[in-house]
Every structure is written in structure tokens, then in C-alpha cells.
Design a protein around this ligand. Structure first.
Ligand code: ATP
Length: 707
């Protein structure tokens, strides 16, 4: 062991021993977690670092350096290592679970390093197409950071020249070079910032577009479970803060990291001892704010969630303003909003406390370092170990160094926080819609009836006892007028939603043209089948754009023809700006009846093979409704018409009536056949007829007719 080269350098011996011990510990696969790596670091390197510190402080180190060569010391070192090896082998799982417990107490959602790495990789994936641009950015960052080193370097030299009254020409030259390098560095920084920010804002646009697209692909139950406020917040607020963090904060992090590397290099050139002293204190500067930063990160996540909830309350209130006003519940809504504000405020206070603690820890540690450097540097100058100029340069470097460490410490958690915040964005991007994959069928013409075969269905999250359909089997005749009748909540609208593939039946199958519904292309299905429901909504755009919604290629002639069929043309031309009149948010600028006719026109412009009207003419007066139905009866023969209405005269005129009862379809046939049967349907018709003959009594509106 005391053989030649090692003996020649006690430092080498000391560090080799530390490396051997750490390699031994690392070879145990169970000791590769971050906690264990820290422990290995402490175990193996505390002695060499301690000796280094003594050397930096100009203290005697002979005993520490040469003491290793005694067999007792070597054996003692390995004995401690072996002991630690055994100790961690047995106790490590216990320690890990205890620390996990403590962390779970401190923060409900502890930061998961693996998940963060994964998210980082995903984000880097978006940067990959701009690889060369980022390479240029990195090169510019390094060049510019290098240029910034000119100021302390030349200031130190100038200080020496002034103190020693040397070469006045060199002084002017040094100042000129320093100025040129600083200007060059600033120009490079400008080019670099511009390139980086333009690229990042393009990436932001791409991510935002992808998230929006991914959300639109989701199944209807997803929209039912997720509130609009939350969705909007994820698409706008979250992507914006991610983009801000990645464009501003990450760029600053890059700058300061590069600066840190150069400063360290120049500091080492200036004085190894002073640099060592600075670096000894570095872990303290590094670890304390990092620990506090983790705590802050967890709180920030809670703040983001709380803000999303706040948005949700506001969005819900404003979008239901009429309901709020009609129930005079402004105070109630204000109270609800105030409660969510209070919750965010409480979290903000926690976050502010964590932020202050992090900042305080940063400044205290850096202050202690500054005092230490000045004191120890002063003694070195007095002893003549370094020149006054060197100390001046070193102090300037050290100031930049601590500010760089401080910035890296500050921006690193922020970037991590933004990466953590990207979790939800990626959740949306990764979410696979629960509906089966899109089919391939898209026949030009349907030939067979629509058939529900033993269909059983409960809404997502509902129990079996809440099944809406319990093995319902019935047919809707192709090219004819069909009526689906039943009491309230008997599942009539649910059947339409199943036909639109908003939900999937748990059992049974729905056949269209003899094939299961899911074998059809989704786009084809929604073009073939047009649905107009009672609560049809218009978009805040012109009437014309509303009518040709999703069919941008439709001509003006098509729009006018569809509007005429829906008896909407006349009133549209009387609107302030005709077809160009803005329908307002959710169609708020037109009346309920006008909204329904525009919606019917929107359905008709597609020339659907199946038209479903779910109480779609309920807001029309009798005369207009008759006109609309007359027009609809003139639709081409092959169009299967499906109408929901509370008016029995429409049901009577249907070719085929299906009566839904307790999740099944016990009666189906023509109106006459069902009346002759004398079952539920006949009883319902009788009740309604009786209701019509009692003036002033409210009619039990529980019939829906689909044509
Ligand atoms: N999105 C949903 N999530 C959970 N349950 C729902 C949902 N939509 C409807 N339901 C429930 O399903 C049942 C059937 O509702 P559906 O709207 O299909 O009945 P309906 O016959 O059209 O009723 P109505 O004549 O009153 O319009 C009701 O009990 C209703 O509460």
C-alpha cells in the first residue's frame, strides 16, 4: 500500500482511498438512490474535504495526510465503511420509509424526481426540432459569459499596476480591451436572448395547440367530470406559466450556470486556497435553500389548483348569470367566490413564508461567505501569499459567484416548479379517450333500420341500480318517422346520446345499417346523423357562420336553402345585419325560437340521412312549428326523421312509435297499434287527452317523439 506513486502524493492517496470506498458502496445496487448517494458522499469524502479545508485555512495537515499510511488508520477507515455498509443495508429501508413519512407530512404531494425527469424529457422533446438553434444559443451563452469575465480580471490587474506604479500605457490598453470584451458580450447576449425567446414562444404555441386538440378528442364523460374553468385554466394559465418559466427563467438559469462555470475557473486561477474555502461553504448555500425550495414547490402546486378552482367558480357564475339573477343569488355566489379566494389567500401566505425563508437562507449564507473571504484574503495578502490585485479580482469574482449561485438557486426551483406544473398538461396530452377507437365504415347510403339490441347502460360513475337502460331492444325504421315516447327520465335523451356515441353501452349493441355503431368513422357518423336538442347552443359568431358550423365549404346558397327549410330565412334577413348578425355568446342575441330554427338550419345544411329533433321546436309558436314540420316532411325520402316533442299530434303522425319504460322498450308499433294494445302508451295518451280538456291544468309533458 505504501508503494511508490501513492506515497509520493499524500493527497492522491487520500482521495484514492475515498474513491475506492465510494466505489465499493456504489457497487451495492440497493444503495443508488439519491439519499444513499448523499450518505456515501458524507461517509467517504468528509475526511479528504476536512483535510482540504484545513489546508485552505493554512492549518497543518501533516497528521491528516500522512496518518493514512498507518495500517491502523487504513483499517479503521475500511472498518467504518464496512460498518456503514451493513448499517445502511439493514436500516436504509427503515430510514427511507421514515423520511417518506416525514415528507408526506410536510407536503401532501412530494416532488417525484423520476416523474420530473420524465416531464423534462417530454419538454426537451418539443425542443428537439430546434436542436441547431439551441446549440447556437448555448455557444452564445458561453461566449458571452466568457466576455463578462473581463471586468474582474482586468480590474485586478489594473489594481496591481496602480499599486505598483507600473506601465501607464498598459492601463489604457487594459481598459480598452475590457470595454471591448464587455460590449461584445452584451451584443452576443442580445442575439442569444432574441433567438431563444422567439423559439420558445413558437414551442409554446405548438404545446397550447396540441393540448387544445387533445382535450377536444376526449370522450363526453371526461367533459362531464372536468369543469370548463379547469380546462380553460390548464390550456391557458398552465401553458402560459410553463412557457414563461421556460423562456425567461430557464434562459436566466442557463446564463447563470454558464457564468458560474467560468467564474469558478477564473477563481481557481486566482487563488486555489480562496476558491477551496468558497467551495467548502457551497454545500451550505446549496442545500438549505434547496430544501426550502422543495417545500415551496409543493405549496405552489396547491396554489395553482386553488386558482383553477377560483376560475371555475367565476366561469360557472358568469355563464349562468341569468339563473343567478333570477334566484337573486348574487350574494351567495359572491360568498362562494370569496371562500375560494380565502383558500388561495391562505395558501399564498404559506407560499410567501416559504419564499421569505428561502431568500433569507440564501442571503445569510452568502453574507457569511463574503465576510469569511475578506477576512481570510486579508491575512493572505498580509502574509504576501497573494497580491492585492489578486484579492480585488477574487472578491469581484466571488461577488459574481455568490450572485450566480443565488440566481441558480432561485431559478432552479422555479424551473422545477414549472416542470411540475406541466404534469397536468401532459396528463391531458396523454389521456386516451375511453371510447373505442374510431371505425372505418363510411357507406354512401344507409340501407337497413337502426337497431338497439339488449342495450344496458348506466352513466359513468353510477351504480348498477342507476342503470338507465336495462336490456332495451327496439328498432327505428329507416326513411320513416319514428317516435320515442316515455315518462320523464325514462332514458329517451340517453338513447340519442348513445346513438351519437357520446357514451358506450355496457351491454348489448346498437346497429346502424346492420353494423355496430363503433365500426363507423366518427366523423361520418356525425355528418350522417344531425341532432338538434332543446338546449341547442349557438356560438358567438355570425348567423351564417353558425349555420355552416363544421362545414366551412358550404356556399351562401346552401346556407340560404337550409335556413329556408328551417323557416329561418325571413327572420334572419330582418336582423340588424342579416346573415352577418352576431348571434352573441351562446346565441344570447336572438330569441329562443330563433335559436332553435338556426340550429335546425345548421343540422339541415349537412343533408343528414338521420335527423334527430330532441324537443327542438318547443319554443316555437304553433303556427311556426307547423311550418317547420311541413318543411321537414318535404325532406328527401331516404332521410330518417326523429323528433322529440311534447305534442301528441306529432306522435300520432309518426310511422313508428317506441315506448320506453323502466329501461326497456315494452311497446312499439304505429300509434293505432299501441292504442289498441291498451298498455302504458295508451294510458299516457289518454291522460294527456284528458289534460287537454281541463282548462287551466298543467299538461304532464313527458312525451318525446323522434322522427
Ligand atoms: N350526464 C348524466 N349523468 C348522469 N346521469 C344522467 C345524465 N344524463 C341523464 N342522466 C340521468 O339518466 C336518466 C335518464 O335521463 P334522460 O335525459 O335520458 O331521460 P329522458 O327520458 O330524456 O327525460 P326527460 O323526458 O325528462 O327529458 C335520468 O335519471 C337522468 O337523471
Amino acid at each position: 500500500l505504501s508503494l511508490v506513486p501513492v506515497r509520493a502524493s499524500p493527497w492522491l492517496w487520500l482521495w484514492c482511498g475515498a474513491l475506492v470506498r465510494s466505489a465499493l458502496l456504489l457497487s451495492c445496487c440497493w444503495m443508488r438512490g439519491s439519499t444513499e448517494l448523499h450518505s456515501i458522499g458524507v461517509l467517504c469524502f468528509h475526511f479528504p474535504v476536512y483535510t482540504g479545508l484545513l489546508w485552505a485555512l493554512d492549518q497543518p495537515t501533516e497528521e491528516q495526510l500522512w496518518g493514512c499510511h498507518s495500517w491502523t488508520r487504513v483499517l479503521q477507515g475500511y472498518a467504518v465503511t464496512a460498518l456503514a455498509w451493513v448499517y445502511w443495508g439493514d436500516v436504509s429501508p427503515l430510514l427511507l420509509s421514515a423520511s417518506a413519512f416525514v415528507r408526506s407530512r410536510l407536503s401532501p404531494s412530494p416532488p417525484d424526481d423520476t416523474a420530473t425527469d420524465h416531464r423534462l424529457q417530454r419538454l426537451l422533446g418539443y425542443m428537439r426540432p430546434y436542436f441547431w438553434r439551441f446549440t447556437v444559443v448555448v455557444i452564445l451563452v458561453f461566449l458571452s459569459s466568457y466576455g463578462e469575465m473581463a471586468f474582474p480580471q482586468y480590474t485586478g490587474r489594473v489594481a496591481d499596476w496602480i499599486m505598483n506604479n507600473e506601465a501607464p500605457d498598459a492601463f489604457t490598453e487594459a481598459v480598452t480591451v475590457m470595454a471591448l470584451l464587455t460590449v461584445a458580450s452584451a451584443v452576443l447576449e442580445f442575439i442569444c436572448d432574441l433567438t431563444y425567446n422567439v423559439t420558445m414562444s413558437h414551442i409554446h404555441t405548438v404545446v397550447q395547440g396540441e393540448v387544445f386538440q387533445a382535450v377536444l378528442k376526449q370522450d363526453i364523460s371526461f367533459f362531464q367530470a372536468t369543469t370548463t374553468g379547469e380546462l380553460v385554466s390548464r390550456i391557458t394559465t398552465d401553458t402560459n406559466s410553463l412557457s414563461e418559466a421556460l423562456s425567461e427563467t430557464l434562459s436566466l438559469l442557463m446564463w447563470y450556470s454558464a457564468r458560474l462555470a467560468f467564474i469558478l475557473f477564473f477563481m481557481l486561477r486566482q487563488s486555489v486556497r480562496l476558491t477551496l474555502l468558497t467551495c467548502m461553504v457551497l454545500p451550505l448555500i446549496w442545500e438549505l435553500p434547496k430544501l426550502l425550495g422543495q417545500f415551496r414547490q409543493a405549496i405552489s402546486k396547491q396554489v395553482t389548483d386553488s386558482l383553477a378552482k377560483e376560475n371555475q367558480v367565476a366561469t360557472e357564475t358568469f355563464s349562468n348569470m341569468k339563473t343567478v339573477r333570477s334566484f337573486a343569488n348574487e350574494d351567495g355566489e359572491t360568498e362562494r367566490y370569496r371562500r375560494s379566494l380565502d383558500h388561495t389567500y391562505a395558501l399564498n401566505k404559506k407560499e410567501a413564508a416559504a419564499y421569505s425563508a428561502t431568500t433569507w437562507a440564501n442571503s445569510m449564507t452568502t453574507l457569511a461567505l463574503k465576510v469569511g473571504i475578506l477576512y481570510y484574503g486579508g491575512t493572505l495578502v498580509t502574509r504576501g501569499a497573494v497580491s492585492g490585485g489578486d484579492l480585488v479580482a477574487f472578491v469581484l469574482y466571488e461577488l459574481q459567484f455568490t450572485s450566480a449561485v443565488d440566481s441558480v438557486m432561485r431559478f432552479y426551483p422555479e424551473v422545477k416548479k414549472a416542470i411540475g406544473g406541466s404534469e397536468k398538461i401532459f396528463q391531458y396530452l396523454d389521456r386516451i379517450p375511453q371510447s373505442p377507437p374510431d371505425g372505418t365504415l363510411a357507406p354512401e347510403k344507409l340501407e337497413k333500420d337502426i337497431e338497439f339490441k339488449n342495450v344496458t347502460f348506466a352513466y359513468p360513475g353510477m351504480t348498477e341500480s342507476s342503470q338507465v337502460l336495462k336490456g332495451a331492444s327496439f328498432k327505428l325504421i329507416l326513411g320513416k318517422t319514428n317516435a320515442l315516447v316515455g315518462l320523464n327520465s325514462s332514458g329517451k335523451s340517453t338513447c340519442v346520446k348513445l346513438l351519437q356515441r357520446f357514451y358506450q353501452p355496457q351491454e348489448g349493441v346498437i346497429l346502424l345499417d346492420g353494423n355496430p355503431l363503433h365500426t363507423y368513422k366518427s366523423q361520418y357518423l356525425h355528418h350522417t346523423m344531425a341532432v338538434v336538442s332543446q338546449d341547442c347552443l349557438l356560438f358567438s359568431r355570425s348567423v351564417e357562420e353558425n349555420i355552416k358550423y363544421g362545414l366551412e365549404t358550404a356556399s351562401e346558397e346552401d346556407v340560404r336553402r337550409a335556413a329556408e327549410l328551417a323557416c329561418a330565412h325571413t327572420f334572419i334577413t330582418e336582423l340588424s345585419d342579416g346573415y352577418n348578425t352576431d348571434a352573441g355568446e351562446k346565441g344570447g342575441q336572438v330569441s329562443g325560437g330563433q335559436k332553435q330554427r338556426i340550429s335546425i338550419a345548421r343540422a339541415l345544411i349537412r343533408r343528414p340521412q338521420i335527423l334527430i329533433l330532441d324537443n327542438a321546436t318547443s319554443d316555437l309558436d304553433a303556427e311556426t312549428e307547423k311550418k317547420v314540420h311541413d318543411a321537414l316532411s318535404r325532406l328527401p325520402d331516404q332521410c330518417t326523421l326523429l323528433l322529440i316533442s311534447n305534442k301528441m299530434e306529432l306522435v300520432r303522425s309518426a310511422d313508428h312509435v317506441v315506448y320506453l319504460h323502466e329501461g326497456k322498450a315494452p311497446e312499439q308499433g304505429t300509434h293505432q297499434q299501441l292504442m289498441q294494445l291498451g298498455g302504458h302508451y295508451a294510458a299516457l295518451v289518454d291522460k294527456q287527452d284528458a289534460g287537454f280538456h281541463r282548462p287551466g291544468q298543467r299538461i304532464n309533458q313527458s312525451i318525446k317523439v323522434y322522427l
